[in-house]
Design a protein around this ligand. Structure first.
Ligand code: PMP
Length: 454
């Protein structure tokens, strides 16, 4: 990463507090300054090119420099750069976008609520869930179950939902009626020799026991990413959703699918839930909805929830929730262009092909490596967990920061990955070709060897 500091890097370092960045690392290394992008590649200020194995932050699904989207943004900005959607106002393109989204929903959905980020969308979910149960005359039914290792956002409530202690302790979180249950982390948490299916049954049993302990009439909703992302890239073990869905139904608990990363094709199906055959009551989406070209989130509200809101309209009066940029017309134009491209480029089909291909290539190249403990994921959401001892699944000492070293070695070789502890992850643009997947695997394997040997 940047060793010789350019003027822009120096300026950045002395003026910006960076999200999810160590202050010490920033002082020691300065920022890596990305300057431009095209297709699946970005370039830094010194002109060095990188294959972006993370699509920015799991969002630039259609790749960089898509003129269809930038043109839509420019045209909408010129026509009407902003108007709001409060107090009965709207803009044509916003309704058009909402309709296009509803048409693409995995299960019939009644309404879309717009925001600008995954965090604000999950905040909206919490409020919807709470008003839903107030209107149903169940004011006690307010607790939320989420899972350890989950990532649901960075606001106070959504960082509380998030199951990462590193995001809690500095800020006196979690706050609110939030309960965490075990992560479906088969590689680390399943007892030795247990099948995936039995592990799913064990997790379902824990969930049911938690619900019964708390009282089912106090639990409102269960939040789940389909494949956990930032908490370690953890796909559900076989049968996980089949096991938990009946329990949620039995106790009248809403299922919120957090599809912020997995939505819009990443797992090789349009929605993550379609890869695992479960039906959510509420869906959170963001990132890929505009391919990261404009900050936008969309919450999908099922008839089950919407019908209660609609019937309670008198009681609700003005629905007192929203953001200035809920239904931003430029975001809506960007999303419409992105949705059209997802269809035209047959992005979902590409992921269904290149995802398994890349997984196999990773396994062929690194499956027997003595420091590769696990290779896992779905579609183009893949993770490689490095370990000191493969047989014992023993981790490297924390202070070695092995994952981070591999990330830096990969950057040297012109590849951007992300280190979640010692799990390196890939979520490249969904338009990735097989050849580009080979390039990622090759550069990555060399970077692993640079750091931990072969
Ligand atoms: N949910 C999930 C599953 C996410 O991965 C993220 C962000 N990576 C969020 C919510 C929060 O989104 P944002 O950073 O846009 O607030």
């Amino acid at each position: 990463m940047a060793t010789q500091r350019s003027e822009p890097a120096l300026r950045d370092e002395r003026s910006q507090l960076h999200p999810f960045t160590s202050i010490n690392d920033m002082k020691a290394e300065g920022p890596m300054m990305i300057e431009s992008g095209s297709g699946v590649r970005v370039r830094d200020l010194a002109g060095k090119e990188y294959l972006d194995g993370m699509a920015g932050l799991w969002c630039v699904n259609l790749g960089y420099g898509r003129k269809e989207i930038t043109d839509a943004i420019a045209q909408q900005s010129e026509r009407l750069s902003f108007f709001h959607t409060f107090n009965n106002m709207s803009v044509d393109v916003v309704g058009e976008c909402a309709e296009a989204l509803l048409q693409r929903a995995p299960v019939p959905m009644s309404r879309v609520f717009f925001g600008t980020s995954g965090s604000d969308a999950n905040e909206t979910q919490l409020k919807l869930i709470w008003v839903y149960n107030n209107l149903r005359g169940k004011p006690e039914k307010k607790k939320i179950i989420a899972r350890w290792n989950a990532y649901h956002g960075s606001s106070v409530a959504t960082a509380s939902l998030t199951g990462l202690p590193g995001m809690h302790k500095l800020f006196d979180l979690p706050k609110g009626p939030i309960i965490h249950v075990s992560a479906p982390y088969y590689y680390r948490n399943a007892p030795e020799g247990m099948s995936e299916r039995d592990f799913s049954r064990q997790l379902a049993k824990e969930l049911e026991e938690t619900i019964e302990r708390e009282g089912g009439d106090t639990i409102a909703a269960f939040f789940a990413e389909t494949v956990m992302g930032a908490g370690g890239l953890i796909p559900p073990p076989e049968g996980y959703f089949d096991e938990i869905m009946p329990i949620l139904k039995k106790h009248d608990i809403l299922l919120v699918a957090d599809e912020v990363v997995s939505g819009y094709g990443r797992l090789g199906t349009y929605w993550g839930c379609q890869s695992y055959g479960y039906e959510p009551d509420l869906i959170t989406s963001a990132k890929g909805v505009t391919s990261g070209y404009f900050p936008m989130s969309a919450v999908f509200i099922s008839p089950k929830v919407w019908d209660v809101l609609e019937a309670g309209a008198d009681q609700i009066g003005v629905f007192g929730h929203g953001y200035t940029y809920s239904g931003h017309p430029v975001g809506a134009a960007a999303a419409l262009a992105a949705l059209k491209l997802i269809d035209e480029l047959e992005v979902v089909k590409n992921v269904a092909d290149v995802g398994p291909y890349m997984m196999q290539a990773l396994k062929d190249r690194l499956g027997q490596h003595p420091h590769v403990g696990d290779i896992r994921g779905k579609g183009l959401m893949l993770g490689i967990e490095l370990v000191q001892d493969r047989g014992k699944k023993e981790t490297f000492p924390m202070q070695n920061r092995t994952g981070r070293q591999v990330l830096k070695a990969a950057a040297e070789r012109g590849l951007i990955t992300r280190a979640l502890g010692d799990t390196l992850v890939f979520a490249p643009p969904l338009v990735l070709s097989r050849g580009e997947a080979d390039e990622i695997v090759d550069k990555f394997a060399l970077a692993v060897e640079d750091v931990v040997g072969s």
